[in-house]
Structure formats: C-alpha cells, structure tokens
Design a protein around this ligand. Structure first.
Ligand code: SF4
Length: 329
C-alpha cells in the first residue's frame, strides 16, 4: 500500500474510499513505520507537534437507566463503581481548578444519564458560570441526549463544546444498546450545532464491530463536521455485558487512529479512553496520528497521570498546547 498517496489525498481534501480504509485497517505489522509516517504528515499539517490535554470529571456516577453494553454505569452493569448524584458547584469548580493546574486545555463535565433533567441542567449551568468566571479552561459537557432548547441553555451558560459519541456505525448500534438509537445520538450532535456549540463526537473501538463499521462511523463523523473525535478503545470492565471481549491489540489501535486521521484530516483526534490498557508500550506512537489526550483517568477507571503524559509528550519532542491554527476549510 502506498500510504503517502493516502496522505496526499487526505491533505487535498479527498475522502478515502472504503478500499483505502480497509487497506489501512488490514496493514501488516511491517508497515508500521510508513503508515505512521503518512498519518503524521496529515496530523502535522494542521496540528504541528502540539498535544492538547483534556481532563474528565464524572459529575454524576453510576445512575443511568440506559443499557449500553460497554458502560460500567449502565442499568445492566454490576460493576463495582461509585454511585452518586450530581456534584455540587463547589466540587465542579475545584475539579476545574485542578485540571487547569495539571495543564489541561479543556475540562469536561460528564454525567451518567439518558439526558440531564432540568434541575441537573441548572446545576451544570451554575457550575459552568463559576468555572468560566475564574478558570481559564475551555468547558465541554457530556450530558446524554439533549434537545436544542437545553443545548441553548448550555451555550448561554458559557459551555464551549458538547460531547456525544456515536460510538459505532448505524448498522452495529443496536448490538451495543437497545434503549436509544444511533439516530438519537446524531440528533443530539445536531442540536448542539444548532445551538452554536462546538461538537465532540467519537467512537469506541473493540466492541465486536467490523472494519466496515469503523470506516462507516468515521465517514458519518466527517459528514457531521464535528470539531473533535475521541477514539476510545474498549477497556472491558467486570460486571458489564462486554466484560469478556478482547478484540484489540496495540497495532490494531494504531491502525484505527491512522484511519481516523486520514478520514478526518483537520479534525482533533483524541487518543481517548482505554489507551493505557490497549496501546500499552506503543502509547507514544499514538501521538503521530492523534493530537490530544485525556489525562488523569476516565469516568470509572484510572489512567495516566498528568506528569507521565507530559513526560511522554516531551520524550517525543512534541509540545503540550493548543494547535497554532485549527482552521477548517
Ligand atoms: S447513556 Fe452514557 S452513562 Fe448511560 S449507559 Fe450509555 S454510555 Fe453509560
């Protein structure tokens, strides 16, 4: 496979074909270097060697009525996790301060819910106002399904970005969740866009999906023109329906990241949840296609500390910070 030709096509704004995507996902291990080199060419054109840090806060844990098979906080999960209602404004503000001190560019407030109630939305809005008044971080919210009216309330409170992942292809969606649909998720992303919020929507790889599913969801995210794509890798949790699924290898994870970089050349690609356990010793290589990271752990599982992430970035000769230009054509 001529990966540099893929890079040139991506840089010229031409969509990869399904055959191109399959070639990336099925690349043999000896192609590691040329594939990463080509993906890095595309990454560097928009993001240089910069890496953005994001911090997550689980602001309401383990109380979701939905049945997403991968999620430790779902109604069908028996995972041993903390369960608590919405954190107070003071707790959310304190977490935002700590995220900023750790070097985060963006602080993400997440709740486990089908969708935020009016009361929860008021609590989040109050916390966001307090954070924006004091802490120089971008604020992202991930609150489940969201209609336009609630998205507008978040925008008015100062929220910068809304996250709602598509997770997998339209075709595979019903295999991972029965209580809401792929289209519900697309509608939430579109509601955020209607409220003029930036959007973050990504995938969760390793749930038994096919290569075609990954290519299709990458294409769908490109069509939605989301601003940021977190690429999560399943970290199977005991007590969840997907506890025994082990589909990923470090090399497979790198190929998935390269696919998303080629298919979404100017979009922030985040090496997201599950990176530590799935990429293992190859984690630094993920920053050739990817340009952002979560630091300090995930919603219900631990992750790499800020200090370790900073060392990894510096060891590569890269820098932590916002991209110089994130212009979108
Ligand atoms: S909607 Fe979110 S919190 Fe609820 S089960 Fe699905 S992924 Fe988990």
């Amino acid at each position: 496979m001529e990966y540099q030709a893929l890079a040139e096509r991506a840089l010229a704004g031409n969509l990869l074909t399904t055959e191109d995507g399959l070639a990336v996902l099925q690349a043999p291990p000896e192609d590691l270097h040329p594939l990463l080199h080509a993906a890095f060419r595309v990454r560097r054109a928009t993001f240089g060697t910069r890496v953005q840090f994001h911090v997550l806060m689980n602001a309401k844990s383990g109380l979701c009525p939905e049945d997403c098979g991968y999620c430790s906080q779902s109604s069908v999960s028996t995972a041993d996790i903390e369960r608590y209602p919405l954190r107070s404004t003071a707790e959310m503000l304190d977490a935002a301060r700590k995220a900023h001190q750790a070097g985060a560019h963006r602080f993400c407030l997440v709740i486990s819910a089908r969708g935020a109630t009016d009361r929860e939305l008021d609590g989040i809005a109050e916390a966001v106002r307090a954070i924006k008044a004091e802490v120089p971080v971008e604020v992202c919210c991930s609150l489940g399904l969201l209609p336009l009216e609630k998205a507008e309330r978040l925008k008015a409170a100062g929220v910068d970005r809304l996250n709602h992942n598509l997770n997998t292809s339209e075709r595979y969606y019903s295999a991972i969740c029965s209580t809401h649909s792929y289209h519900d998720r697309v509608a939430t992303v579109q509601a955020a866009q209607g409220a003029r919020l930036a959007t973050c929507s990504g995938v969760l790889a390793g749930m038994g999906e096919t290569d075609h599913d990954l290519i299709d969801v990458a294409r769908a995210l490109g069509a939605l023109r989301v601003d940021s794509v977190p690429v999560n890798f399943l970290n199977p949790m005991a007590g969840t329906p997907l506890a025994d699924v082990r589909d990923l290898t470090p090399w497979r994870c790198l190929k998935i990241l390269c696919l998303f970089r080629f298919m979404l050349p100017k979009t922030e690609i985040r090496v997201a949840g599950g990176r530590e356990v799935n990429l293992r010793s190859l984690q630094p290589l993920a920053l050739y296609p990817g340009n952002s990271l979560f630091i300090g752990g995930y919603l219900t599982s631990p992750g790499q500390s800020a200090a370790e992430a900073l060392r990894m970035v510096q060891d590569l000769g890269f820098e932590v910070g916002e991209p110089i230009a994130m212009a979108r054509s």
